[in-house]
Design a protein around this ligand. Structure first.
Ligand code: SAM
Length: 374
């Protein structure tokens, strides 16, 4: 197999030559015997910044593929000691070993194992889960691979299950029932956090989301584990249900999972959950990420990463987002511009989840007044 070298961040990585695995001039990473997806570079860039704040003593890159993540953490994220690279694919193992050596990593181990089996055997401070599709089958073992007060990083690309579009997979993978709501991109992230919280609770751990976001076609998040049955119980109290009124569009979260009528207009509500109802991001962690931006100025994506972090900071004090297109269609009037809505509401911001979305602390009646005025 012909390998070519690419540079991402501070890492030089050998990957299978994309030209060999292109069909009709198109490259699909899934056709390659070892996975490397340039569309995930932004995910890795933001992750490198987040891990640099955690500065873990030990890391498990549980699904390494080429080893790019773990290698970047070693070179860019202040990892204090060991990195374990793992993949079940034997061709990956050959490539990871070459990449680890070429990048001069000394404190590292390359393992060929099933991720779940390995995660039940090791203890590290930070575990990274980056599977194809759903992380659900790996969450329990991922949490059990962590030392006290450890950290878990998770990528999920199974958006149709998480957002409630595919109802049967929502139930199978996440135990989430109901259906897709207009703020489905936020709903998906909250359903994923709820699943992590439940898996952690079984192991008498609570979770604290540090940074979590949607981009392109995936979710990426980092949570800290807080050990103890009381922390687990406190975490479970943050699980609830997401609601949206079919009539007026009012959206809310509640620990009560049996609400049938909208508290604003008494219309019928649609629901989805269980979902995380707490904060999606930790303000202090986001502030630290923002402070770190200048030291990552060598990354081509740093402008985008900085914009995302700014957006997460601005969004953090608000709850669910509304969509101008959905509300104006319910009210059967023309959609106002986003700029008009933000100015009219005064206390509102755009959301990174959706260009048609905004978050606000204003009431639904004030939101509807602004839609009308637009
Ligand atoms: N982390 C990589 C990156 O940033 O480029 C990409 C990982 S790729 C999406 C998923 C990898 O997980 C593949 O290399 C696949 O072989 C591996 N994998 C899938 N299921 C696994 C399992 N049960 N145990 C170990 N590795 C697994």
């Amino acid at each position: 197999m012909k390998l070519v070298e690419i540079i991402e961040g501070k890492a030089k990585i050998l990957i299978p030559d994309p030209a060999q695995f292109s069909r009709e001039g198109k490259f699909d990473p899934a056709w390659s015997p070892v996975f490397y997806n340039p569309r995930m570079t932004f995910n890795r860039d933001v992750s490198v910044i987040a891990v640099s704040i955690i500065s873990p003593s030990s890391v498990l890159d549980a699904m390494s593929a080429t080893g790019i993540r773990g290698i970047r953490y070693a070179l860019e994220s202040n990892v204090k000691d060991e990195i374990i690279f793992n993949d079940k694919n034997p061709i990956s193992i050959e490539i990871i070993s070459k990449n680890v050596k070429n990048n001069g990593l000394v404190n590292s181990k390359v393992v060929k194992s099933d991720a779940n089996s390995l995660m039940h055997q090791v203890k590290v401070e930070y575990t990274d889960l980056d599977p194809f599709g759903s992380p659900a089958p790996f969450l329990f073992a991922g949490i059990s691979s962590l030392r006290r007060r450890g950290y878990l990083g998770v990528t999920a690309t199974d958006l149709s299950a998480l957002e409630g579009k595919s109802k049967t997979s929502s139930i199978r993978k996440y135990g989430a029932s109901g259906g897709k709501l207009s703020f489905s991109r936020e709903a998906g992230l909250r359903v994923l956090l709820a699943k992590i919280a439940r898996e952690a609770a079984v192991q008498e751990k609570g979770i604290k989301p540090l940074v979590s976001f949607y981009n392109d076609y995936y979710y990426r998040l980092f949570v800290r584990m807080d050990d103890g049955a009381k922390k687990a119980d406190a975490t479970l109290e943050k699980l609830g249900t997401l609601y949206e009124c079919e009539a007026c569009g009012y959206s809310f979260m509640s620990q009560d999972n049996c609400i049938k009528k909208c508290p604003y207009c008494s219309g019928n509500v649609r629901r989805f959950g269980p979902a995380w109802t707490g904060e999606l991001n930790d303000q202090e962690f986001l502030d630290k990420m923002k402070e770190r931006i200048p030291s990552f100025s060598y990354l081509p994506n740093i402008g985008r990463a900085s914009k995302l972090i700014e957006s997460l900071i601005a969004e953090n004090k608000y709850e669910l987002y509304y969509r101008t297109d959905v509300l104006s269609s319910k009210m059967k009037i023309n959609m106002p511009t986003m700029e008009f809505m933000i100015n009219c509401l005064g206390n509102a911001v755009r959301t990174h989840f959706d260009p048609r979305g905004f978050k606000t602390s204003r009431s639904i009646s004030e939101v509807r007044e602004c839609i009308k005025a637009g």
